[in-house]
Design a protein around this ligand. Structure first.
Ligand SMILES: [Zn+2]
Ligand SMILES: [Zn+2]
Length: 875
């Protein structure tokens, strides 16, 4: 009997050997095709949870598979180590964020090693290391030099009682109160740093140079939110102040009966008349307390107040009232809109509520002149619109989209041009009048990167009373984050109170100046970490200059860009957009020569608790991977995570499912070792012990002791083997890991049965067993390595080629089936040997020869002789 499989013994043994041999260290090899596989690095929370395993282990399997296919694969790992939890731990447990973070990293490194993944630890980067964040700061300076970083006032949450700014996480509840004292917070403007991601808005909407899931690209496209229209300049009646608005429907300008400004609009204060002031001020105060997301919610009742001021509509010189309403945000467009109640449901409701006029300017063809009971936003005909009355309007459609079918649906002319279609014609007219122009608006905002936090990379800027904003000179990087800082939950960066950090001589004039005390958004660290991995020894450090680059150029030239990225979809509109922006900015700085950071992306799903609920400590349904690894070994955990779910979907955890994988591996272990022992027994000197062969379990006898091999059996064995290889390869390609493992299990079950027969004594058997181990290697790296060694094969199984399949060997055996009509042969067809009765009957009935005799009638009877003939009886 083979010895028992004890994963707790073999797994650490192989992990140590792989490590000592540097088996997974990636080296440039221009003779081989590179493959840069990357999975999202973890935040060092201190515990590698099942979600990390679910994201990383299958990614490792895919990377290993690519490696077995002959690609030169790099698969790095690191830690996203700056961020809020470290600071909260400091406040709650009086432990320094640095100490907390590095202790967690130490623990998680061990946990990651227990996974048995092929991470190349030589490239590990930790974003809170000064060697790392000096480059994060370098990127800030480069973006500043490129005109892509600027400082501007932006609203932050502010507690009037505590007299401090609050982080988003410190604002609680529907009424948005202060975490500490319960006072409702207000918005206050604070000078903050922005990155001009909007400069790339148009290019970021182009996904043609990458292969990402449609779900992600759709989310990004919607997030960027491009719309075409016109910028039209209204003017205030008093003071003649310009009020530019963006509209996607310039064809509805004649129906604009009022304007709405965001409560924060800078002109509100000035425009408001004395009699309206009290109401306006109260409304502004209330709006400042609300989160943008609530203000924009579609189901909320729209409220507003009149400022007492009027604007002049530039198309008809009409005097229209100016209101303020909280559903208009300063951050989108110009913070001012023209309201067209007949064409926009929100404006319609607002106008109805406040008794404002609702003239009709675009109506369905054949409109009877009655007032609208709701807004009409479909294509129609312009009415009451001065020189454009009678023009067709295609509404939200573009001229390219305008088809004869659409035209027919709306009862409008099919062949429209920019001269004859209302929206386009009005835009051209506005341009000619000098009151407006064609414009594109995006929903995307510039990226605020200032954080009033300690545990982040300091922003490398200095403010001098004489020189203004002065960047820290490149050679002075990194601006070190001081460690002797008081952690008080003030909501303001602790660096503000660190005199030694804050005061600094101005790099330009040498006078007393102040450092920026905010730190950078941690999304900045993760925007470039795929480039950071292109450096093998991080802690060595290098001189930083504007011409130096944050990675080894040779490594970068060979490995970049990332070929396969894997991770959660929750990053679709943050990290995955920011890193694309970084790459485009880097390209324009001449740092890289490609346009997209990651060519392929795959998003895994989420593992739920056994109760189908989200895992949480309070529910008590958390599955701890460390316990599972201890109990079953890493191979079982890896296998279950891949077999139990569709990777892109996830699902509830199942303890019995884990046992299924364990049983599969136990059986595979015994099967392979029996073959290994039989081979040893057969080898010269193998019969040293009398009766050795008899000890070998049924079927595994060496060929020399059996009769001639069963040829049909060998053919079948080969067919199963090659079919399995084909299926496993196709499934690996498609990230369909569960079906890939199902194919392996089916193959293993087949072998378990076949070992009873003579085929188990043929050389084809040994080949099939080797193929099984090779197919197992990416998913079950430890047991496969052990079995490979026990088969007497050369180290390492992870340096072997993925087995190839032969279509001919994989093909089902074909047989000829004879088709008779009333006992006479009328046709014959080729079919796989395993063809079922239903299919055989269907194919026979469909044959031309038979159709002729049937002449449209149903047969009286169909007789099937399996594997031989179909006889059809007709009248
Ligand atoms: Zn407070
Ligand atoms: Zn100065």
């Amino acid at each position: 009997m083979p010895d028992k499989w004890i994963p707790q013994e073999i797994e650490p043994k192989w992990q140590q050997k792989w490590d000592a041999d540097g088996l997974y260290r990636a080296r440039i090899d221009t003779g081989r095709v590179k493959h840069y596989a990357m999975t999202m690095y973890p935040y060092p929370s201190g515990d590698l949870h099942i979600g990390h395993w679910y994201a990383m282990a299958p990614s490792d399997v895919r990377a290993r598979w690519m490696r077995m296919r002959g690609y030169n694969v790099v698969f790095p790992m690191g830690f996203d180590a700056f961020g809020l939890p470290a600071e909260n731990a400091a406040i709650r447990h009086k432990i320094h964020p640095k100490q907390w973070t590095y202790a967690n990293i130490e623990r998680m490194r061990k946990q990651l090693r227990s996974m048995g993944a092929m991470f190349d630890w030589e490239r590990e980067c930790v974003t809170c290391d000064p060697e790392y964040y000096r480059w994060t700061q370098w990127f800030f300076l480069k973006l500043y030099d490129a005109g892509l970083a600027y400082k501007k006032l932006a609203p932050v949450d502010f507690c009037p009682t505590c007299n401090t700014t609050l982080a988003r996480e410190q604002v609680w509840g529907e009424d948005r109160h202060c975490e500490r004292c319960g006072t409702p917070v207000v918005k206050r403007d604070l000078a903050q740093w922005f990155f001009k991601i909007t400069a790339y808005a148009e290019e970021l909407r182009d996904f043609s140079k990458m292969d990402w899931p449609e779900r992600v690209t759709t989310m990004q496209r919607n997030w960027i939110g491009r719309s075409e229209g016109a910028e039209v300049v209204f003017r205030t009646e008093a003071g003649n102040h310009p009020l530019p608005v963006f509209t996607t429907r310039p064809d509805t300008l004649w129906g604009a009966t009022f304007m709405v400004l965001a409560p924060e609009h800078p002109l509100v204060e000035q425009l408001t008349t004395p009699e309206c002031r009290a109401a306006v001020e109260a409304y502004v105060e209330q709006a400042r307390r609300m989160a943008d997301i609530m203000r924009e919610a579609a189901d909320r009742e729209k409220t507003g107040v009149f400022t007492g001021a009027y604007a002049i509509n530039p198309v008809n010189r009409e005097r229209i009232p100016i209101w303020i309403a909280d559903y208009v945000l300063m951050t989108y467009g110009t913070g001012a809109i023209m309201a067209v109640p007949c064409g926009d449901q929100r404006d319609f409701e607002f106008a109805t509520r406040y008794h404002l006029p609702i003239p009709v300017v675009v109506a369905p063809p054949g409109w009877d002149g009655q007032p609208f009971t709701q807004a009409f936003a479909d294509p129609g005909v312009m009415v009451n619109s001065g020189p454009f009355t009678g023009f067709p309007s295609i509404g939200k459609y573009s001229l390219e989209e305008w088809t004869p079918e659409l035209a027919a649906e709306y009862g409008l002319p099919a062949g429209l041009t920019s001269q004859t279609e209302g929206r386009h014609a009005v835009t051209r007219w506005l341009e000619a009048q000098g009151t407006g122009k064609f414009a594109v608006a995006y929903r995307l905002h510039d990226w605020i990167i200032s954080r009033q936090r300690y545990w982040g990379a300091p922003i490398p800027m200095i403010t001098c009373p004489k020189c203004g904003i002065v960047p820290v000179p490149y050679p002075d990087l990194p601006v070190l984050l001081p460690e002797d800082v008081e952690f008080m939950p003030t909501g303001e960066s602790p660096l503000k109170f660190h005199e030694g950090f804050r005061s600094v001589p101005c790099p330009r004039c040498g006078g007393a100046a102040e450092r920026e005390t905010d730190t950078m958004d941690t999304f900045m660290c993760s925007s470039w970490y795929q480039y950071a991995y292109m450096q093998r020894n991080w802690r060595a450090g290098e001189v930083v200059g504007p011409d130096a680059i944050p990675f080894n150029p040779e490594e970068g030239a060979y490995w970049l860009p990332v070929d396969q990225y894997t991770g959660g979809i929750e990053h679709a509109t943050m990290h995955l957009l920011y890193t694309r922006f970084f790459t485009k900015a880097m390209r324009d700085m001449g740092l890289v020569s490609f346009d997209e950071p990651m060519l392929h992306l795959f998003n895994q799903g989420i593992i739920l608790g056994e109760d189908s609920e989200k895992m949480s400590k309070s529910r008590g349904n958390v599955i701890a991977p460390d316990d599972l690894v201890q109990q079953y070994g890493a191979d079982v955990v890896r296998g279950y995570l891949m077999f139990g779910f569709r990777w892109d979907q996830g699902g509830p955890w199942s303890s019995t499912g884990v046992l299924g994988i364990q049983r599969f591996l136990e059986r595979a272990w015994n099967l392979v070792l029996e073959t290994a022992e039989a081979a040893r027994a057969q080898a010269p000197g193998g019969f040293a012990r009398p009766g050795r062969a008899r000890e070998i379990r049924r079927g595994a006898l060496p060929e020399s002791e059996t009769g001639p091999a069963d040829e049909a059996g060998v053919r079948e064995l080969r067919r199963k083997q090659h079919q399995t290889i084909r299926k496993a390869s196709q499934d690996m390609e498609a990230f369909s890991f569960n079906t890939m493992l199902a194919a392996l299990m089916e193959f293993s079950n087949y072998l378990l049965k076949a070992r009873e027969g003579a085929v188990a004594r043929t050389p084809a058997w040994a080949e099939a067993i080797r193929a099984l181990v090779l197919l197992m290697a990416p998913t079950f790296p430890h047991i496969a390595e052990e079995l490979w060694a026990r088969l007497g094969q050369p180290y390492s199984v992870h340096q072997q080629a993925w087995p190839a399949w032969d279509e001919q060997l994989a093909a089902e055996e074909m047989i000829t089936i004879v088709v008779q009509v009333n006992g006479r042969v009328r046709d014959r067809f080729e079919a796989p040997a395993g063809i079922g009765e239903a299919e055989a009957r269907a194919r026979a009935l469909a044959s031309e020869g038979v159709q002729k005799y049937l002449a449209g009638q149903s047969p009286l009877k169909v007789i099937y002789v399996p594997g031989r003939l179909v006889n059809i009886v007709v009248r």
